[in-house]
Each structure stands twice: as C-alpha cells, then as structure tokens.
Design a protein around this ligand. Structure first.
Ligand SMILES: Cc1cc2nc3c(=O)[nH]c(=O)nc-3n(C[C@H](O)[C@H](O)[C@H](O)COP(=O)(O)OP(=O)(O)OC[C@H]3O[C@@H](n4cnc5c(N)ncnc54)[C@H](O)[C@@H]3O)c2cc1C
Length: 329
C-alpha cells in the first residue's frame, strides 16, 4: 500500500538535505539522541515540514558500551543502536543540520528562531527541545581512557555487569548512594568515595547503605587516579586531610557526581528547574507556547533511552496537536 508523503525505505538511504534558513518549518527538532530522533520519526509520519539540528547523532547512547534494557534487543552496543536509530530517521526525507551547536532559542512574533554558533539560524512554528544531559567528569587520569571498560556513569544501566566484582562509587549524594545500594546486591566489595566531608544523600538512603555489610564509606577523600591496562584494575584514593594515598583493587568505578542538563540555549526563554532542567508537564509542554521538551534535558525523572524515546514521541505528537488546534497547518 502507498502512503502519500511518507518515504521510508531502508535500502535506499540517501544523504539528508540541509535545512533551508529561508523557510519557516512547522517543527524544528533540536538534538540527536533517542528523544529527538523518535520525535523526528513521529513528526515525519504526520507529514508536517520539519528539520533536525544536532551536534551529533546518538547522544549518550553512543557513549554506552552495552545496552541490555532497550526493548527488542537482548543486548546491543551503543554504536549499533545509534546506527539503527539514524538509519530509521534517514529513511524519511528530513532535512538535517549535523555538527551544529545550538546557541540560543528565541521566540519572536509567534515564530521560534534557533540560532547556531557560527551565525546561521532556522525558523519554526514549534520546537521540540531534546538536547539531553552531560555527565560531570572526575577529570582524573584513567577516566577517559577506561570509559566503558570499567568506568561507568549509570548504575541503572551498568550495575548488572558488575556481579561478583569489586567496585568503587564516586560521590556522596542521592545518586551515588542509590548506585551503591543497587551495587551492594551484586558486587562483592563496594567503596564509596566522597570528596566532601560528610554525606549529602538523604538519611534514609544512608541508613540503608550502612546496613549493607560489604560497603566501605570514605568521605573527605578524592579519587586520584583510575588504573588499568585494558580494563579498570585499581583506583587510587587520596585522603584530603592527611594527603595519604591508598590504591585499592577494583574492577570498576561508578562516577555519580551529577549531571548537567544541556538547556543553556533555552534558559532565557523558558522555565527551568533549580538544577537547570527544562520544566515540562505530562504532555511535554513547557512554559512557552509551542515549545515542547523531551528526554533527559527535561524534568521527567529517570534518564533512560526508552523513556527519552517515549517522551520524544509525546513531544512530537504534542507539537502536531498544537499546530492543528492553532490552525498553523
Ligand atoms: C555511559 C552511559 C551509559 C548509559 N547506559 C544506558 C543503558 O544501558 N540503558 C538506558 O536506557 N540508558 C542508558 N544511559 C542513559 C541514556 O543514554 C540517556 O537517558 C539517553 O541517551 C537520553 O536521551 P536524550 O535524547 O534525552 O539525550 P542525549 O542522549 O543526551 O542526546 C542529546 C543530543 O542533543 C545534542 N545536543 C546537546 N546540546 C546541543 C547543542 N547545544 N546543540 C546541538 N546539539 C546538542 C547532543 O549532541 C545529542 O545528540 C546511559 C548513559 C550513559 C552516559
């Protein structure tokens, strides 16, 4: 059966065209992770005019070595899942501006103006903002080199890979302590290392962690170095009072010291939470009419691929409904 206006053909992928700065698009999708790419597929199937703008495809998925919790795949690498997402999107005829950094999103006279570093700008009647999050790094030797080979940033995602192993958790807030509690069910030895003196996590979580028999908690201590040839084999920890350094054997380290939402481009336009996440309601609407948010960049809890993909679908459908109800298409 032929569906007018929908061109999805995996075997005939062609290079995407570049968005036209002279044109006013029904929808501009900002980002290239699961939220934005899913939004693009949903919007394309509504046959509205759209363009996608991103630094790169895959987002955090492309930083993930192995994924075991995305429905439909028992296990898949981040690179392969990214390739499948991109292949799916490129099956539609969507203009894409890749390797572009969005600097600012403005609204002027009912239209959104998306300004890029370098001066170019694109215009849209609606926007789906899905620029995700970035992890705070420890910035210590070994972190970058052993990323995905024992250095992990997401316990929901990667804790099951550390069954029967020795693990360090860096951080002292709720994320770090929750990660340590998750890991305590699987790992044989856990050392939680907090840079600050004391612990920032909620008391109830700390009580739970302290009940675990095989967890050591070191505050006022810094991860000095992550060691290992092919994989993490040890973590060097410096006591910030004495300056003394101890190296403990470890198979992995979870760095749970916070995430930044990549919402700088909309912070002057829309309401964001104290931690910088774009505030959305359950239909992905923001404080600005016509601006929709999706995925990790927003206040929606639990940063996971399947959740971002679902939010991307909702945001695109929300934008479409808005265009219809406002008589803009
Ligand atoms: C190491 C690691 C392992 C993980 N493992 C899993 C797992 O096993 N299972 C799971 O479900 N989840 C996992 N996650 C979480 C999951 O990857 C994220 O929740 C998901 O990718 C969020 O999707 P998103 O589209 O909202 O944002 P992101 O994936 O962060 O994508 C954001 C996109 O926006 C683009 N962008 C950002 N700022 C700009 C800008 N200014 N201009 C232009 N483009 C911009 C980026 O280039 C990127 O393409 C993991 C995350 C990490 C870091």
């Amino acid at each position: 059966m032929e569906f007018p206006g929908i061109s999805f053909n995996l075997s005939a992928l062609k290079a995407a065209s570049r968005p036209d700065p002279e044109k006013v698009y029904d929808l501009l999708i900002l980002g290239g992770g699961p939220a934005a790419l899913t939004a693009a597929i949903y919007a394309a199937r509504k046959t509205i005019t759209l363009a996608l703008i991103t630094k790169e495809f895959g987002g955090q998925v492309s930083e993930t070595s192995e994924i075991e919790n995305y429905i439909g795949f028992q296990t898949i690498t981040g690179t392969e899942l990214t390739n499948r997402f991109v292949e799916h999107v490129k099956g539609f005829d969507i203009p894409i501006a890749e390797k572009e950094t969005i600097q600012k999103v403005e609204k002027d006279g009912g239209l959104f103006l998306v300004r890029l570093h370098g001066g170019a700008a694109f215009r849209g009647k609606t926007v789906v903002f899905a620029t995700g999050k970035r992890h705070r790094n420890l910035n210590v030797p070994g972190e970058k080199e052993l990323r995905g080979r024992g250095v992990a940033y997401c316990s929901i995602c990667d804790a099951p890979f550390f069954r029967g192993k020795r693990v360090v958790v860096a951080g002292g807030g709720n994320s770090a302590v929750t990660a340590a509690i998750d890991l305590a069910k699987l790992a044989t030895e856990i050392t939680v290392v907090n840079f600050a003196a004391g612990w920032q996590a909620d008391g109830i979580l700390l009580d739970n962690l302290r009940r675990q028999g095989h967890v050591k908690m070191l505050d006022n201590s810094a991860v000095a170095r992550i060691e290992g040839a092919d994989r993490v084999s040890a973590v060097a920890i410096r006591n910030r009072t004495t300056g003394g350094e101890t190296t403990i054997p470890a198979d992995g380290i979870f760095i749970e010291i916070g995430l930044f939402a990549n919402t700088e481009p909309v912070r002057d336009l829309a309401a964001v939470s104290p931690s910088g996440e774009l505030i959305v309601d359950c239909a992905c609407r923001t404080s600005v009419e016509g601006l929709f948010g999706a995925g990790d960049a927003t206040t929606v809890p639990y940063n996971q691929i399947v959740i971002s993909a679902g939010e991307g679908a909702k945001a695109a459908l929300g934008a479409y409904d808005y265009l219809l109800k406002k008589g803009l298409i």
